[in-house]
Design a protein around this ligand. Structure first.
Ligand code: WTA
Length: 663
């Protein structure tokens, strides 16, 4: 891991915003004293705290024998209990008389709106669970899901949870290679997809991507295709393959709406979600049933201060952890209406989000700083045109939010009256770990503030010393919590090495931070080779291996460089094979190859991974031991302007010699 010895934090922010009095008066937690008391309880006796939460708010088919079994670094929560997450998200609410309440409120990019009540959702989920069974899917089998943000995506996930078949959702913005890698690692035979999805008025060819993946990967035996686009796709690309592909609606028509939920063990695998780390291969983060259920539902309840009449909109795609936890599970487990929007924030124009909030009277809105910065750049007039008075709370997630963007969110979207929860967490943590409690915590722009109940964070140095306030260091979690990952799929050794070995006996997953004198945590960013591009988590190595797969490329190094809107952008430094160096001798040749490489990455991984800069170089700067000097490349990419027009190769060998001393 490349990590500066001393981490300097330059951000100084003095503004502070107490919770609005009206909000606090009606909140689940109404004051800092109340928060402190609950937090103290949760830390002094975490088992009693979580047991009491779990008893009150969920349906169990069998109660647990022990709340926690902790054999560092392996935790088992609610040991011996049986439950079903799908039942807790759907059936339980039908049973409590909420059958007619809207569970999923969907708006497609073209403007089509659908509302599914809890009862309708139950019917669809049961039918699809039966479809999966009829295709031979059994408890424990991994099901791959690659779909646009439509209700069917949520239905597919919930159906998997119902029968105890872990899902592995692949973000619809990823492409062929990403599908192949994930299907192979998960050893998954069934893929659920759609004929396409709408994005900026164009069709994302999901089924075509699956076809191409299947051509490279014999594991894919069965494909279920939901018809989102319709005729336009059927007549053209990606026809169904006989014996392998099935229409969703045809399979559904044959199935009954009765499907008893599987009695899942508390520690049965619920899903895998692939995420990028410091090595090339994405890792399958493994979450299990009961702990994840209790943790996501409880964080959602307190951090978003959920109430029965909320219309909750989290704009994340279900292909990311935020969508898993706060579009589907954490929200539906509370019996609250969740909004799903299929398309781009700026389609057909920059009013889309605000129009949607106004139209559906969204009360709680959770999005990423990158989106806020993009809206900010376009100007406040788009938001100003809309009645946003339904909003009661705003949230952010995925990357640090800069104070200007926070203030803009507060004033322009929240109209100065909505608390903002800046929530820090990770794919691995299952749910939010650090966040304001909106009726209690005074907020300051740029900090995720204080830990959630049961969470004990600390800022540490590499040798495990807890650092004093305001010193930058590694953000660690000292005790287990119910939503934590249980492992990396098929790689138990990596799990220990990756998360529990950097500093002895504590969880560390890659962020630096400082804690201020009020005990507020300020996240400073990643210290490993993960780049957050528009809040999306990408690994430098993954992008590098995609680039190197191109025949013209000998070597590639990818770094993140600060970007005003995306947070970070990808810059790639590339050396060419001897026989292709001639390609860039001319200005046109260089431009053509650069474009070709960008396309190549888009094709392999998806547009999210497309580099903003590609620079050709004679050699990559390396240390004597052969490690690429990424810090140097970061400086070059961040500081220098894009040398788009130069036809001479950049030669970093001299720079490398200079920099070697301090690497
Ligand atoms: C970053 C997303 C600052 C952080 C839920 C973390 C944040 C990584 C915040 C995990 C925040 C997430 N402030 N940084 N509020 N939330 N991050 O796995 O670097 O996609 O380690 O999970 O996002 O990204 P992931």
């Amino acid at each position: 891991m490349s990590q500066p010895e001393k981490i300097e934090s330059l951000l100084k922010e003095e503004r502070s915003f107490p919770p609005p009095a009206k909000f606090a008066a009606a909140a689940h937690v109404r004051s800092m004293d109340e928060y402190e008391a609950l937090y103290k309880q949760s830390i002094e006796d975490p088992c009693a705290f979580w047991a009491s939460v779990a008893e009150q708010n969920f349906r169990w088919f069998r109660m647990w024998d022990r709340t926690l079994d902790w054999q560092l670094p392996h935790a088992r929560w609610f040991v011996g209990a049986q439950t079903n997450l799908c039942f807790n998200c759907v059936d339980r609410h039908v049973e409590r008389g909420l059958g007619d309440k809207t569970a999923i409120l969907f708006e497609g990019e073209p403007g089509d709106v659908r509302r599914l009540s809890f009862r309708e959702l139950q019917t669809e989920v049961c039918k699809f669970a039966n479809v999966l069974k009829s295709l031979g899917v059994k408890k424990g089998d991994r099901v791959t899901i690659y779909m646009p943000m439509t209700p069917e995506l949520a239905i597919a996930c919930l159906a998997c949870a119902r029968i105890g078949a872990p899902h592995s959702v692949i973000f619809g913005g990823f492409s062929v290679q990403a599908i192949v890698d994930r299907v192979e690692d998960a050893q998954s035979h069934v893929v659920i997809t759609s004929d396409g999805g709408w994005r900026r008025g164009k069709v994302v060819p999901l089924k075509e991507n699956v076809d191409q993946a299947a051509a490279q990967c014999a594991l894919i035996k069965t494909v279920v295709v939901h018809r989102r686009i319709g005729e336009r796709m059927e007549s053209g690309a990606a026809p169904l393959v006989d014996g392998r592909d099935h229409w969703w609606h045809e399979l559904m028509a044959a199935e009954s709406a009765e499907c008893p939920p599987e009695k899942c063990d508390a520690e049965d695998m619920l899903f895998l979600l692939y995420t990028s780390g410091s090595t090339g291969k994405p890792k399958g983060i493994l979450h299990t049933t009961a702990g994840y259920m209790v943790y996501t539902a409880t964080t959602a309840k307190y951090i978003f201060d959920l109430k029965p009449d909320d219309i909750f909109w989290c704009t994340a795609d279900i292909g990311w952890i935020t969508g898993h936890s706060y579009v589907i599970y954490g929200i539906l487990a509370n019996g609250v209406t969740t909004v799903m929007y299929e398309g781009a924030p700026n389609h057909p124009d920059w009013e889309r989000f605000w129009a949607l909030i106004e139209r559906h009277k969204v009360t709680k809105f959770y999005t990423a700083p990158t989106a806020i910065r993009a809206f900010m750049r376009e100007g406040r007039q788009h938001a100003d045109k809309h009645d946003l008075s339904s909003l009661k709370l705003l949230g952010t997630v995925g990357e640090p939010i800069n104070p200007e963007a926070w203030m803009w969110y507060h004033e322009v979207v929240g109209r100065g009256r909505c608390p903002i929860v800046d929530t820090w967490w990770q794919t691995e943590t299952g749910g939010i770990l650090i966040s304001p409690i909106p009726g209690a915590t005074p907020t300051k722009p740029g900090t995720a503030t204080r830990p959630f109940f049961g969470i004990e964070p600390a800022v540490m140095s590499k040798d495990g010393t807890v650092l004093p306030p305001n010193a930058g260091g590694l953000l660690c979690i000292k005790k287990p919590w119910p939503g934590m990952l249980r492992g990396i799929w098929r790689d138990p050794e990596r799990f220990v090495r990756q998360y529990w070995s950097e500093i002895d006996d504590v969880y560390f997953a890659g962020d630096s931070a400082r804690m201020d004198a009020d005990g507020y945590f300020w996240i400073m960013g990643r210290v490993d080779d993960v780049i957050k591009v528009s809040g999306h988590r990408l690994g430098t190595m993954e992008v590098e291996s995609a680039i190197v797969a191109h025949p013209a490329v000998a070597e590639a190094a990818v770094v993140g460089v600060p970007h005003e809107i995306k947070g970070n952008a990808i810059a790639a430094f590339v050396t060419l094979t001897a026989d292709r160096i001639g390609d860039i001798a001319s200005h046109d040749g260089l431009a053509k190859l650069r474009e070709e490489l960008m396309q190549h990455v888009t094709h392999a991984l998806g547009a999210v991974a497309r580099p903003d800069q590609i620079r050709f170089t004679q050699s990559l700067p390396k240390t004597r031991s052969g490690k690429i000097m990424r810090r140097l490349l970061r400086e070059i990419a961040g500081g220098g302007q894009v040398k788009g027009d130069t036809t001479t190769l950049e030669d970093f060998s001299v720079l490398a010699k200079l920099a070697e001393k301090d690497e």
